[in-house]
Write a protein that binds this ligand. Structure first.
Ligand code: XBP
Ligand code: MG
Length: 255
C-alpha cells in the first residue's frame, strides 16, 4: 500500500462556503450591471449548481430556465463578458473579507505541511478566484503552500469529469494511491473517484443531500479542537473529533 504523500483540495464549498453568498451574489451583480433580467435566487442557484463552471452554468440557465431570452448573435461573447464581470464582483467580495475559510481548513493545511505532506488544489473555479480566496484569508494562505493549483479552463472537461484530478496528479508526478481528495459535492466526488482518489467530503447546505456513497468519509466539517466534527458517513478512529494527519494516515492505511 502506497504511503500517504499528498492532499488535494477542492475549493468552492470545501476550503470555504463560497456559493450561496459569494458566487451567486456576484453573478446577480454582474447581471444587474449588464441590465439583464436574470436573477438567481438561493433555490434556483442550488439547481444551477448541477453544472460546474460559471460560463457553463449561465448557458445551462438560458437553455433550461430562461428560454425566452433573446439571444444576441454572439452568445458566447456575452457569457464571457458576464463571467469577467462576475469574477470582478466575486474577488471584490473576497477582498472585503466576506467569505472565511471553513472550520479546520487552515489548521489541517498547517499540520499537513509540518508533517511533510504535499498540497494541491483541484477546482472548477477560475485561478483568479483561488488566488483571491487564499490571499484574502485572514491571515493570507501563501499560494506557495500548494505545489499545483489546477483551476478552471486548464482542462477540457470540468467536474464531474476526472480531468482536473488527473491533471493535478500528473503535474505532481503522483499516483492516486498516494493521495487523499477533499470535496463538498457529488460532482466533486465523481471527479476525484474517477481519477482513483480516496475522497473525504465536507458537505454544505447545497450538497447535504447529494449521493456520497463513493466517498470514504463524510463529515460536517474538518473540526477544530473546540468544535468537534460530526461523522455523517464512514468510520473514524475512536475518540476522533477533528481531521488531523493521524486520522488521515489511519484512513489511508485502512484502504
Ligand atoms: C465550483 C464551481 C465553480 C463556481 C463558480 O468549483 O463549479 O464554477 O461555482 O466559479 P469547485 P466560476 O467546487 O470545483 O471548486 O464562476 O469561476 O466557475
Ligand atoms: Mg466544490
Amino acid at each position: 500500500m502506497s504511503h500517504l504523500a499528498a492532499l488535494i483540495f477542492d475549493v468552492d464549498g470545501t476550503l470555504a462556503d463560497t456559493e450561496r453568498d459569494g458566487h451567486r451574489v456576484a453573478f446577480n451583480r454582474a447581471f444587474a450591471e449588464a441590465g439583464l433580467d436574470w436573477a438567481w435566487d438561493v433555490a434556483l442557484y442550488g439547481e444551477l449548481l448541477a453544472v460546474t463552471g460559471g460560463k457553463e452554468r449561465m448557458r445551462f440557465y438560458l437553455d433550461r430556465y430562461h428560454t425566452t431570452f433573446r439571444r444576441p448573435p454572439d452568445l458566447d461573447a456575452l457569457i464571457a463578458r458576464l463571467h469577467v464581470a462576475k469574477t470582478r464582483h466575486y474577488t471584490e467580495m473576497l477582498a472585503q473579507g466576506a467569505i472565511p475559510l471553513r472550520p479546520g481548513v487552515r489548521r489541517l493545511l498547517e499540520e499537513a505541511r509540518a508533517a511533510g505532506l504535499r498540497l494541491a488544489i483541484a477546482t472548477t473555479t477560475t485561478p483568479v478566484n483561488v488566488v483571491a480566496l487564499l490571499e484574502c484569508a485572514q491571515p493570507a494562505i501563501p499560494l506557495a503552500w500548494f505545489e499545483v493549483i489546477a483551476a478552471g479552463d486548464i482542462v477540457p472537461a470540468k467536474k464531474p469529469a476526472r480531468d482536473i484530478y488527473d491533471y493535478t496528479l500528473q503535474k505532481m508526478n503522483m499516483g492516486a494511491a498516494q493521495c487523499l481528495a477533499f470535496e463538498d459535492s457529488e460532482n466533486g466526488v465523481r471527479s476525484a473517484r474517477g481519477a482513483g482518489l480516496t475522497t473525504i467530503v465536507t458537505p454544505n447546505d447545497y450538497t447535504r443531500d447529494h449521493d456520497f456513497s463513493d466517498a470514504r468519509l463524510v463529515l460536517s466539517d474538518l473540526g477544530e479542537p473546540d468544535a468537534p466534527f460530526r461523522v455523517l458517513q464512514g468510520e473514524v478512529p475512536p475518540q476522533s473529533t477533528l481531521v488531523d494527519v493521524a486520522l488521515l494516515r489511519w484512513l489511508h492505511a485502512a484502504g
